[in-house]
Design a protein around this ligand. Structure first.
Ligand code: SF4
Length: 304
């Protein structure tokens, strides 16, 4: 059983250590079709709980070995907000974290609960998944535990956002034919405009899934991203970008593409060939485009 994993190097956050609140087995209130863990029965409370003392002992031990950690990421083989001592744990982590940032990755199913919001408010960054904006999709794709309702999730997110002033990142994992329809995206779009999160990461199935589901290609993800309102800070988070074929774009085509959706440097490398990338740089120098930081990612947008 390994409570602490990593360190993992990331371009965005630097060196991150993971804290697994369910190290012995999968404990989750979802059983997503795309989960990289084995399928498992959903639950509403952990039946195997590691103590806060045990987690802190493991964390302190690894931090003594790795003094250069930038981020402590709280996650689980399952859903970390089902951990019954989350508030006590984040209080303990905050005592020892020093200059490091804390991040929690949650599937959002418990975000409407006051106790969960109270704990999440103590993190430096919160990343919440939202694959579906309708109950039909939630039941089919995320296979949520009985009584979990997407409207409570949305309400919970809106309430949480009112009090949380640190970066709130939303993650949408897109699966072919399950949540990539125009109707589902329209529902997500409507809600995200209301929520106004710091950033929205759109990804797809990157690792072997629990059930037979199909990923979207980078081009299909890009197509899907264009169906969202252009004011939303969408980042296409997929390792499949390397498969995209860069093309030549004129200055006008570059401006038109970025007008539809701000791009990250990674998008630019995936979409534009070397000549077009130099054009992007020239457009930045001429103040037609500008670089905006959004919680670890630099987006290139129109300089309106
Ligand atoms: S929420 Fe995460 S851990 Fe739970 S089933 Fe979905 S992908 Fe797996």
């Amino acid at each position: 059983m390994s409570i602490i994993f990593g360190p993992i190097n990331s371009r965005r956050f630097g060196k991150s250590l993971g804290v697994d609140l369910s190290p012995t087995k999968k404990q989750c209130n979802f059983d997503c079709l795309y989960c990289e863990l084995e399928p498992a029965k959903t639950m509403e409370a952990y039946d195997d709980v590691v103590s806060v003392e045990e987690i802190m002992k493991a964390l302190n031990g690894v931090l003594e070995e790795h003094i250069d950690i930038d981020v402590l990421t709280v996650t689980a083989n399952g859903e970390p907000t089902l951990y019954p001592h989350l508030l006590e744990l984040i209080d303990e982590i905050n005592i020892i974290k020093g200059n490091r940032k804390t991040l929690i990755l949650s599937n959002s199913a418990n975000i409407h609960k006051e106790s969960v919001q109270k704990a999440l408010l103590k993190f430096d960054m919160v990343k919440l998944s939202l694959d579906c904006a309708t109950n039909r999709c939630l039941k089919k794709l995320d296979r949520s535990h009985k009584d979990i309702d997407v409207e409570s999730i949305k309400e919970g997110m809106l309430t949480f956002k009112k009090s949380f002033t640190n970066p709130l990142i939303i993650e949408i994992l897109m699966v072919k034919t399950l949540n990539d329809s125009a109707e589902e995206i329209e529902e997500l779009n409507r809600f995200l405009l209301k929520l106004n999160p710091t950033r929205i990461d759109i990804g797809t199935v990157d690792r072997p899934p629990a059930y037979k589901v199909r990923p979207l290609s980078y081009e299909e993800l890009r197509e899907a991203s264009l169906k969202f309102d252009s004011s939303l800070p969408i980042y296409i988070a997929t390792r499949k970008k390397v498969m995209a074929k860069p093309s030549t774009y004129s200055d006008e085509e570059i401006l038109d593409t970025i007008k539809k959706r701000p791009l990250t440097q990674e998008d630019i490398e995936a979409l534009f060939d070397v000549v077009s990338q130099k054009r992007v740089q020239r457009l930045i120098n001429k103040n037609k485009l500008k670089v905006v930081d959004s919680s670890g990612y630099e987006f290139i947008t129109l300089n309106r």
